[in-house]
Design a protein around this ligand. Sequence first.
Ligand code: FE2
Length: 246
Amino acid sequence: MRFAAIADIHGNYPALEAVLADIAAHGITDIVNLGDCFSGPLEAGKVADRLLSLSIPTVRGNHDRYLIEKRPEDMHLSDSAAHAQLNGEHLDWLRSLPAEQIYRNEIYLCHATPADDNLYWLDMAIADGSVVLRPQAEIEALAEGIDAPLILCGHTHIPRMVALSGGRLIVNPGSVGCPAYDDDKPYPHKVETGHAMASYAVLERSAAGWTAQFRNVRYDNMAMSALAKANGRLEWAAALATGRMP
Ligand SMILES: [Fe+2]
């Protein structure tokens, strides 16, 4: 059994198209989407049309939730920029998404963690502003009660795989559309992949168990960087150009 996991598209349509083409080129037809589909100063409307037509299993990200819970005037810039491009059908689709789901009876999907869509699972920000691998006991505690052999999450935009007790594997495929960002909770920190390519993962089960292949795909990232700049989002422009924050 083999399928692809995508996450954190954040409105980056050409990155999504490049990843979908790469997935198809590998003969893979089954895809799951781990959320945060639209928020950002890019092409949320085009991404929404594409995702609705794809009709793949999708869980709701924290930014997907903000788009249906908050009033536009109360939204952060990245959410309001996306919201302005979404129609009623797109928003109804977001409302229909579950926060978690079991894929093919054996794979657990959520955006960030099972109980909190805005908490890093495999990583954590520390006081000096860096982001490091979370201690094993904490990762295990967040996975308590989930006995799926393969667990998938997104949210941090950092591709990572961690082995859990009981032979379970937890995988974050990285971000399709946003290779760097900063945040101020619980400490001001930067997440930077250090490259500008679109990331996703291929999951495969052999007789020995599940493995993940992390893939990175080139696309016209400079066009998206220029779009972010034209929309007044210089930090997005830098992130899309380099995979680092200014
Ligand atoms: Fe997120």
